[in-house]
Design a protein around this ligand. Structure first.
Ligand code: AMO
Length: 599
């Protein structure tokens, strides 16, 4: 009689010593198979782990015969008794390593082609191949664990926010362009030929409408779509934890996020993180870390040294300063031990991102017992500028000072890159650190000299800081926003803001952005209209769920925590999407390709 696979007694990973003597019915995949004389051993795998099966030709010849035909990744069901493994054969690395199942009956449910790669924990296989056979890749423990953790994180988030009175509400995917600033994915309409939906870059406008609709505390774990260049932490479709609240100030939103993340880390990782999380102004972040998402797990802070640099004999410093640039430095404690090869590599890599070089000096104790500079650009310093530079950077014997001299944005870019790389290569990043940080007081606008216009740093509905309101008329470039980003270990996890809820203020911002009444109407007309019907003061935030899961599961890429991600070329190797469509489909949509498809 066939084994009843719908009557499994437990999962493979649950077969422990407490089940010794019991009969179990297990189903799963053949992870490994070994034949030893009259015995066959099979590692049976399901989503909980692996258990060893034993087939004995003496006691159960029929089952042994079937087991001899079984190959890797066959799907099987077995019934047998749990027995302790003989002493000496216990595998302490496996939770089920003290037992084995002596199989009496086995049935092959389906056979498998030989997988094109081995389904081991560590894997060298090209990612494209893994994605092509993702369903096999998903049988591997690291993938399985990441997706299970993703589920737990999402559940912890929902549980916490539900207890706080949030309501999860879905918003449309077939919609109009949203203001997040990336390119839209467009969907042609068959019923309205020549018209297109845009897939939402975020539910931004809808969540504001929900506030006007009176929902007060909204949350959604939601897919967003952005047509942008991909990186390890970016996908064309990704998931946000999206929040919006009425009658709040930034600290209320921040407190909810802090409580939620504390709950997630507690329930998923058993970790306590202190709250409130530290806050840093955008200005400080840029000055000391060169980026708006500083990794505060290690120091290596950037120091402003332009004034001293201008008094050295180094022509590069002087030229840069007279052209309006800046000189800044990083002190690497103990960095004087870095080899020529290491610093040459850094120089080459910095050239790759546009730097002209990497000026450096080593800090040593001179003959008279005072600190002095050696190597690199040491010869351009006199005792006075040396002493000043040492004081400005708090340098000590054995340190290395690295400099960057360029326009301010470039200096920030080079030194923030250098901080990260030096910290990593010199092992300065403590393991197991969870450094959450709020970056606040972002500028409201950024000025683009190429077209002489201001653009919103976040989106045009972001409210200005109350104390900066006068700057809207006098100096918009200096006006700060009621906006906040949350950063974890140097990765931007999320961002949000208070929204403008009064139409005069919105008008003023649109004027600064030089958005014509027609443009305003075309892009955001429905929101502007809704804002005339008693909008509550409101604000919110969105966190990248993929990034959160990536960080909590210790993965390097969000692709490792997404079941079916796209490659860096925005392709799905499994389904082969995107792919050409039939001419009939195009004509039904009223579309015609004007250029032959590039292969
Ligand atoms: P923002 O554009 O900052 O804000 O997005 C919020 C967070 O979403 C994540 N994220 C991404 N993750 C993976 N792939 C991508 N392509 C990608 N793009 C963004 C990041 C980011 O911090 N509507 C506003 C939020 C608000 O103001 O409430 C918004 O979407 O972790």
């Amino acid at each position: 009689m066939a084994l009843q696979y719908n009557r499994r007694t437990c999962y493979c990973g649950e077969v422990g010593t407490e089940r010794v003597g019991q009969t179990v019915l297990l189903a799963g995949w053949v992870a490994a198979r070994r034949a030893l004389g009259g015995l066959i051993f099979i590692d049976l795998r399901d989503r909980t782990g692996i258990v060893q099966l034993q087939f004995d030709s003496q006691t159960d010849p029929q089952a042994h015969e079937v087991a001899s035909r079984v190959r890797s990744e066959y799907c099987i069901v077995v019934r047998g008794e749990v027995a302790p493994r003989p002493p000496g054969l216990v595998n302490p690395r496996l939770p089920t390593g003290a037992v084995e199942v002596r199989v009496r009956e086995i049935e092959i449910l389906s056979t498998s082609k030989t997988p094109v790669f081995e389904l081991t924990d560590e894997i060298e296989t090209a990612e494209e191949t893994r994605l092509r056979y993702r369903y096999l890749d998903l049988r591997r423990r690291p993938m399985r664990e990441a997706l299970i953790m993703r589920h737990r994180i999402a559940k912890a988030i929902r549980d916490y926010l539900d207890a706080q009175g949030f309501i999860e509400i879905e918003t449309p995917f077939l919609t109009k362009s949203t203001p997040e600033g990336a390119r839209d994915f467009l969907v042609p309409s068959r019923i309205q030929p020549g018209s297109f939906y845009a897939l939402p870059q975020s539910p931004q406008l809808f969540k504001q409408l929900l506030m006007i609709g009176g929902f007060d505390k909204y949350m959604q774990i939601v897919r967003c779509f952005r047509d942008e260049d991909l990186r390890a932490d970016r996908q064309p479709e990704f998931t946000q934890l999206d929040l919006e609240m009425s009658f709040v100030q930034p600290e209320d939103v921040m407190a909810v996020v802090e409580g939620c993340l504390q709950h997630v880390l507690r329930t998923v990782l058993g970790l306590e993180v202190p709250a409130p999380f530290p806050r840093m102004s955008y200005r400080q972040a840029m000055a000391e870390y060169g980026t708006d998402r500083p990794d505060t797990r290690y120091d290596l802070r950037i120091r402003e040294v332009s004034a001293i640099a201008g008094r050295t004999e180094f022509a590069v410093f002087r030229e840069v300063l007279s052209a309006g640039g800046v000189v800044r430095a990083i002190r690497v404690p103990g960095g004087a031990s870095m080899t020529r090869r290491e610093t040459d590599t850094l120089t080459e890599e910095l050239r790759g991102i546009g730097a002209r070089g990497l000026p450096l000096v080593k800090v040593v104790v001179g003959q008279d017992g005072t600190l002095e500079f050696q190597g690199g650009i040491a010869k351009f310093f006199n005792p006075q500028t040396t002493a000043e530079m040492i004081a400005a950077t708090a340098a000590q014997s054995g340190d290395m000072l690295f400099f960057a001299a360029d326009s301010e944005p470039n200096v920030c870019k080079f030194l923030s890159w250098l901080r990260g790389v030096v910290a990593q290569r010199r092992g300065l990043i403590p393991a197991g650190g969870w450094d959450f940080l709020w970056v606040v007081d972002f500028p409201l606008f950024e000025y683009h000299p190429e077209d002489g216009r201001f653009y919103s740093v976040h989106h045009p509905f972001t409210a200005p800081l109350d104390e900066d309101l006068p700057l809207l008329s006098s100096d918009p470039g200096r006006c700060r926003a009621k906006a906040y980003d949350i950063v974890l270990n140097g990765i931007e996890l999320g961002g949000g803001s208070m929204r403008i809820h009064r139409s005069e203020m919105q008008e003023r911002v649109f004027e600064i952005l030089q958005l014509s009444p027609q443009e305003r109407q075309l892009k955001f007309g429905f929101l502007l209209e809704a804002l005339q019907y008693g909008p509550p003061p409101h604000g919110g935030i969105a966190l990248g769920l993929d990034r959160l899961v990536m960080l909590l599961s210790g993965r390097e890429s969000i692709r490792d925590v997404i079941p079916f991600p796209k490659t860096a070329r925005a392709i799905c190797p499994l389904t082969d999407a995107p792919s050409p469509v039939l001419p009939e489909q195009l004509s039904e949509l009223g579309l015609k390709l004007i250029e032959p498809r590039q292969s």
